[in-house]
Design a protein around this ligand. Structure first.
Ligand code: GP9
Ligand code: MN
Length: 627
C-alpha cells in the first residue's frame, strides 16, 4: 500500500497517459453536465448535487479498466472509441428523453413498437447543437492524428489504483444514495431516481443485470409448467351467487386510497371523525371490514398488481419494475375484451413504479399521468398533485372516456411522511409524540375530504348513476417501527397477531341503488379481480386467479401474506407461531398446519407464474404444452 501511495505521489504522466486522463475528465464532465442541466432530476439538496457530480466517474474508470484487462495496452484510437461509446449512451438517452421524458430500458431497446412511437421523428428530436456532445472526441482525435499513434500500457500498480478508485467510487456512490433513498436498489421504484442517484451509466448496468436475471428465469420455463398451476386454481366449483352480474355494463372506478388502514374508519380525534365522509358512505355501500392488503416491497404497485391480476406480488422487489415484459391477463385487458375503455389516472411522474411500461402489459388504453394535470407549487405536496385537485381535474378526463369505462384512480396525499399545507389541515393531530402517527390522521382526513368532493362532482357530471366505485387501501401507512405509538392509538399492546390484524385496509364497493351492508368475509387484494368480474357478470375464460369473488360461497378459508403469514376465521399464523385470533395468545400449531402448507405452495406457484412468465402458455393447446 505504501509503495502504491508513493508511486501515486511521484506519478509523472507521459503524454499518452495525459491523453487518457484528458479523455476521462472530459467524458466525466459532459456526462455530469447533461444529467445536471438537461435531465430534469429534481435535485433537493447539496448531497444530491454531489452524488450527481461523482456518479459518472466510477463507471467511466471501470470501462477503461475492462478495456485494459482485455488488451493490456490501449491505443489513442481505443481510448477514443471507449469515450465515444459512453457519449453515445448519454446521447441516446438524451434523444429518448426529449420525446418520452424517461430513460431507455433494455426491453425498450428490443421493443420496435416503442421506437415506432418516435418513428421517423427521431431525426427531428436531434438538434444541430447536439454535436457539442462529441466535440471533445473530435478535438482529441485531431490531436491524436497529429502525433504518431502511441499506446498507453497498463502496469500492475496503475491497474490497482484504477480498480480501487472505480470500485471504491461505486460503493461510495451506492452508500451515499442509500442515505438519501433507503432501499433504492431493492425497491427500484423510479427510473428518474435511479438515474439521479446512480447516474446514467450505473443505471444501465443495473438495468442490464435485472433484465438478464429475469430472462434467465424465464428461459427455465416449459409450457407444461402452467398445467400444475391450472390444476391448482381451477377447483371446478360453481362461483355464481346472488350478486353476480348485479353491476353489468356499468362503469367501474377503482380508487386506490394511499396508505389507508381500516382502523381510521370511525376513528375520532378529540371527538372529531377522521373520515366523516367514509363513515357515511360505508353505510350506503358493501363494506368489507375484514379485508387485508397483501403487498410486499412494491407497495402501491404491488396493490395494483394484486388487484389487476389476482396473483401475489414478488418476495422481493416489485413485479412492476421487474417483469413488465411478461404476458399478463389482467383485469383491464379482460374488460377491454368485453367492450370497456380502460384508463389509469395518477398525479405523479409516469415512470414511478415503471407504470408507463407495465400498464401496456396490463391492457390499459390510457395513462393520465401528471402531464395531463395542471400541477403547480400550490396544488401539489410530497409526491405530487394533492388529492382534491386531482379528483377535480380528473372529472373531465373521465367524461372524455367512451363508456362503459374502467378507470383506476391513485391518490397520493396520504403518503409518508404525512405532510399537509396548513390550509388543508382539518382536524387536530394525535398526541402520541410520534410525528408520523400524529400527522397520519390529518392527511387521512384530507383524503376523506377529497372523496367527498369527488362523489359530489361525479353526481353533477352525470356519471354517478351508471358507475360503481370500488375503493381499497393500498397498504399500511404506519409500519412496525411505530408500534409504541400505535399501541396508544388502538388501546392495546401490539403483539405479532395484532400487527397482522393492523394490515386490514378498507374495501368498499359502492353501487348506486344497491343497499349498503357491512360484510365480515375474510378477504384480501388477491380477491379484487374476481370480485369485480363477478359483479359485472363477466367470465374471464381461461385464467389463473389465486383469489375468489368476495361474494362466492365457496371461498378458500385463508388470506396469505407475502411473508408466509396468514389469517383464517379463528387463527393468525405469523413469525412461526399460530395465534388464536383476538386473544394475543399462542394456540396449538396444529390449528394452523393445514393452511400453512397450502399458503407456502400457493405463494411458490404464483412466483413461478411470474418469474417464468407462464401466462404466455395459457392459451396454448394442451398437446403443445405436454412434452
Ligand atoms: C407513487 C405513489 C406512491 O406514484 O403511488 O407509491 P408508494 O411509495 O406508496 O409505493
Ligand atoms: Mn402507496
Amino acid at each position: 500500500m505504501k509503495g502504491l501511495l508513493s508511486k501515486v505521489k511521484n506519478f509523472r504522466p507521459s503524454s499518452e497517459e495525459k491523453f487518457l486522463i484528458a479523455t476521462v475528465v472530459l467524458l466525466w464532465l459532459k456526462s455530469y453536465l447533461i444529467s445536471r442541466f438537461i435531465f430534469d432530476l429534481s435535485l433537493e439538496n447539496a448531497v444530491e448535487e454531489f452524488i450527481l457530480f461523482i456518479n459518472p466517474l466510477g463507471p467511466i474508470l471501470l470501462l477503461f479498466l475492462f478495456a485494459f484487462a482485455f488488451r493490456r495496452k490501449l491505443s489513442r484510437r481505443g481510448i477514443l472509441i471507449g469515450s465515444f461509446i459512453f457519449t453515445f449512451i448519454t446521447y441516446a438517452n438524451l434523444v429518448y428523453y426529449r420525446f418520452f421524458n424517461d430513460f431507455i430500458t433494455i426491453p425498450v431497446l428490443f421493443q420496435v413498437k416503442n421506437f415506432g412511437d418516435i418513428g421517423g421523428s427521431a431525426f427531428e428530436l436531434m438538434k444541430p447543437t447536439d454535436i457539442l456532445l462529441f466535440v471533445d472526441i473530435i478535438v482529441l482525435a485531431f490531436i491524436a492524428r497529429k502525433k504518431e499513434i502511441k499506446i498507453v500500457t497498463f502496469q500492475k500498480p496503475a491497474q490497482r489504483v484504477l480498480m480501487l478508485l472505480s470500485v471504491g467510487l461505486l460503493i461510495f456512490n451506492v452508500l451515499l444514495a442509500e442515505t438519501q433513498r433507503p432501499q433504492l436498489l431493492t425497491r427500484t421504484f423510479d427510473r428518474e431516481m435511479l438515474v439521479k442517484y446512480l447516474g446514467v451509466y450505473n443505471y444501465h448496468m443495473y438495468d442490464l443485470f435485472m433484465h438478464s436475471k429475469a430472462s434467465a428465469q424465464r428461459a427455465f420455463a416449459e409450457g407444461s409448467d402452467i398445467i400444475e398451476v391450472e390444476n391448482y386454481v381451477n377447483d371446478g366449483v360453481e362461483k355464481k351467487n346472488e350478486m353476480s352480474g348485479i353491476a353489468k355494463g356499468k362503469n367501474v372506478i377503482l380508487i386506490s386510497l394511499e396508505s389507508f388502514q381500516n382502523w381510521l374508519i370511525n376513528y375520532e380525534v378529540d371527538g372529531q371523525p377522521v373520515t366523516p365522509f367514509l363513515n357515511e358512505l360505508v353505510k350506503d355501500s358493501l363494506y368489507f371490514d375484514n379485508f387485508y392488503h397483501q403487498t410486499g416491497q412494491g407497495k402501491t404497485s404491488d396493490a395494483e398488481f394484486l388487484n389487476d391480476n389476482s396473483l401475489y406480488p414478488l418476495p422481493s422487489g416489485a413485479v412492476f419494475t421487474q417483469n413488465a415484459q411478461n404476458k399478463f391477463y389482467a383485469l383491464p385487458e379482460i374488460l377491454k375484451n368485453n367492450g370497456y375503455t380502460t384508463a389509469s389516472l395518477h398525479g405523479n411522474n409516469k415512470s414511478f413504479w415503471n407504470r408507463d411500461l407495465m400498464y401496456k402489459a396490463l391492457g390499459y388504453d390510457h395513462f393520465f399521468d401528471e402531464t395531463y394535470y395542471n400541477v403547480t407549487e400550490e396544488n401539489s405536496i410530497n409526491y405530487g398533485l394533492k388529492d382534491i385537485p386531482f379528483f377535480e381535474q380528473s372529472i373531465p378526463l373521465l367524461q372524455s372516456l367512451p363508456q362503459p369505462f374502467h378507470a383506476k384512480m391513485i391518490t397520493l396525499t396520504n403518503h409518508f411522511p404525512y405532510i399537509l399545507d396548513d390550509a388543508d389541515v382539518m382536524i387536530p393531530r394525535l398526541q402520541t409524540g410520534d410525528g408520523s402517527v400524529d400527522r397520519y390522521v390529518q392527511t387521512a382526513r384530507y383524503l376523506d375530504e377529497s372523496l367527498k368532493v369527488f362523489f359530489e362532482q361525479l353526481k353533477t357530471s352525470g356519471l354517478y348513476d351508471n358507475t360503481i366505485v370500488v375503493m381499497y387501501g393500498d397498504h399500511y401507512g404506519i409500519s412496525e417501527n411505530h408500534n409504541k405509538a400505535m399501541a396508544q392509538v388502538i388501546g392495546k399492546e401490539i403483539t405479532p397477531d395484532v400487527h397482522v390484524e393492523l394490515q386490514k385496509v378498507p374495501f368498499i364497493v359502492h353501487i348506486p341503488g344497491v343497499e349498503g351492508k357491512t360484510l365480515h368475509t375474510i378477504g384480501g387484494q388477491i380477491d379484487v379481480k374476481p370480485t369485480i368480474l363477478d359483479l359485472l357478470g363477466i367470465d374471464p375464460g381461461k385464467d389463473i386467479e389465486f383469489g375468489d369473488s368476495l361474494f362466492s360461497k365457496t371461498r378458500k378459508d385463508f388470506i396469505a401474506f407475502r411473508d408466509g403469514s396468514f389469517v383464517t376465521k379463528n387463527f393468525i399464523y405469523t413469525k412461526g407461531t399460530c395465534y388464536t385470533k383476538g386473544t394475543g395468545l399462542p394456540a396449538d400449531q396444529l390449528f394452523c398446519e393445514p393452511q400453512k402448507e397450502m399458503v407456502e405452495y400457493e405463494l411458490a406457484l404464483s412466483d413461478k407464474v411470474i418469474q417464468r412468465d407462464l401466462l404466455r402458455f395459457l392459451n396454448e393447446p394442451i398437446e403443445n404444452l405436454k412434452k
